[in-house]
Design a protein around this ligand. Sequence first.
Ligand code: MAN
Length: 538
Amino acid sequence: MERRLYFKLSFVFITHSCLIISANSSEVPRPRGVSISRAPLYNPEKDFTCFDGTLTIPFSQVNDDYCDCSDASDEPGTPACPNGSFHCTNAGHKPLNIPSYRVNDGVCDCCDASDEYANSNVNCANNCNELGRSAREEALKQAELLKAGKQIRSEYIQRSSQIKQEKKDMLSELEKNLSEADKVKNEKQVLKDQVEVLENAALQKYREIEEAEKLKKQEAENAKNREEATETFKLFDSNEDGKVDTSEIRTRQTFDKDRNGEVSEEEAKYFLNEKEELGLEEFISDGWSRVKPFLMMDAGLFKPPVPEKEEEETEQVEDVHDDIEGSETEPVEEIEEHESVEGEGEEIDEDDEEEEEEVTEEPASEPVKYDEETQKLIEKATEARKEFTDAEKEVRHIQAEIKKLEEYLEKDFGPEDEFAPLEGDCFDYEDYEYIYKLCPFDKAVQKPKSNSVETRLGVWSNWLGSEDNKYSSMLYDRGQSCWNGPQRSTHVRINCGSENKLTAVSEPNRCEYLFDFTTPAACKEAESDTQEDLHDEL
Ligand code: MAN
C-alpha cells in the first residue's frame, strides 16, 4: 500500500534504515520527522542541500544518524543534531514538534509513538485517537461556551450602547440644568446682596445704640471705680494728710505679699507704684489697680488663676494665710480696720460680685428687640441667605453629578464597551481565611472571615494585557499599604466564561494579589493556528 503510493507520487525512497517511513506515519511519503508542509524539500531523486545552503550531500545521508548540516536539516528524524527538531504527525490528534534530542530517549513524547521508533526499552502506544477524541470533545465544549458567551457578549454590547446613550443624554440635560442653576444662584446672590444692604442699614441704628450703651456702661464703671478708689484712699490715709504713704500701707496685713507676717517697705512700695507716697489722683491712676485685687482676695471674692501643679503649694500658702489672719499676732487695729473695710465693704461686696462675673464669664445678653420694620428686614435677609445657600448647593450637586458621568464616559470598557455592564456590580470569592470582592472598574477588597474590617487591595487603574490582547488583564492599584511594604495591588486575569464569576484568588507575592475572573464579555473568537495545523495534517 505504502509502496504503491510512493510510485504514484514518483518518489523513490531508498530502503535505508533511517529513511524508512514508519508504518504509522501519514500517507504522504517523506523522511521520518518531517511535516507534510516540508515534505517537498526532501526529494530522494536529488542530492540534499542543507536549508541554510552551506552543504550538499547525497540524499542517502539524510537521516543517517550523522549530523552533516549545521542547521540540522539533514537529520529531522534522528537525535544526531543537537539543534534539530522532530515532527510527530500524531494522526488523530494534534501534530507536535519536539527537540530532536528527545528522539529515542526512552520517553514517549508523541502520542503516535513515532519519537521512540528505535528504543527497545520503551513500548510507546499510539493513543492519538483517544487523546484526539477527548481534545475534540473539549474543543467542542469550548466552542459551545464561546458561542453562548458571544451571544451574551453581544447583548452586553447592546446594553452598553444604551447605557452610554442614557448617560450622554443625562449629561447634556445636567449641563442645561447647571447653566439654569448658575443663573438662579446669581439671581439669589443679587437678591441677597440687596436685602443685606437694607438689613445692614437698619441694623446700623441698633449697632450705634449698642455702642453708646457700651460706652455708657464703661463710663459708669470708670466712675464707680474712681469712687471706690477714693473711698479706699480716704480709709488708708489715716493721718488725713491727703497722701497715702508706705507706712500707712504697711499697717495692713492684706499687703503682705509673701505672707511672712509683716508688710515690708518694698511690699508697700509695690502698691504705691514703687513710690514712697501717692496723692489721690495718682492713687486712682497708678495705685488702685494694684491694691484692688488684694482687697478682693482678702474678702474671698477673687482668686488669681494658678497653674495646676502649683495648686497644692497655693493651698498651703492659703493655710498659712488663714493661720496668720486667725493668729493672735495680728494687730488688733488691723482686725478692726479689716472689719471696717468689710463693713463698708457691703458696697465692695456688690462690686466684687460684678468683678467676679467679669472674671468668670459675660452674662448672657438679652436678645435685642428690633422694631417691626427691622425685624422684617432681618427675616427677609435670612430667607435670602438661605435661598442663596440652597442655590449654591444645587449648583455643587449638579457639578458633582456631571463629574461622575464624565468619569464614566471616559472609562475604557473595551473595544465595543462590552465590559460596561460589569460596572456597579461586585463579585465574591471565598477561601478558607478571607472573602475577596471584585467590583469591576471600582475596587478590589479583602475581608477576613473572622471580622468585618475590609482591606482595600486596590482601586481601578487600567487595562494591563499585552498590546494584542489588552483586555485580558486589569490592574487595581493604590490599595492599603502593606505593613513595612508596598501599597497593595491586584491583577485580574479575564477569561471567557458563561457567567461573571471570580473563580480564583491568590497572593503570589506579599500584598500583590492575582484574581481570575470569567465573563461573557471576554468571549471573542480566538485566531487559532493549531486549527490550521490540524487541517494541514489530517
Ligand atoms: C493581611 C492580609 C494579607 C497580607 C498581610 C500583609 O494579613 O492583607 O493578604 O499578606 O496582611 O501583612
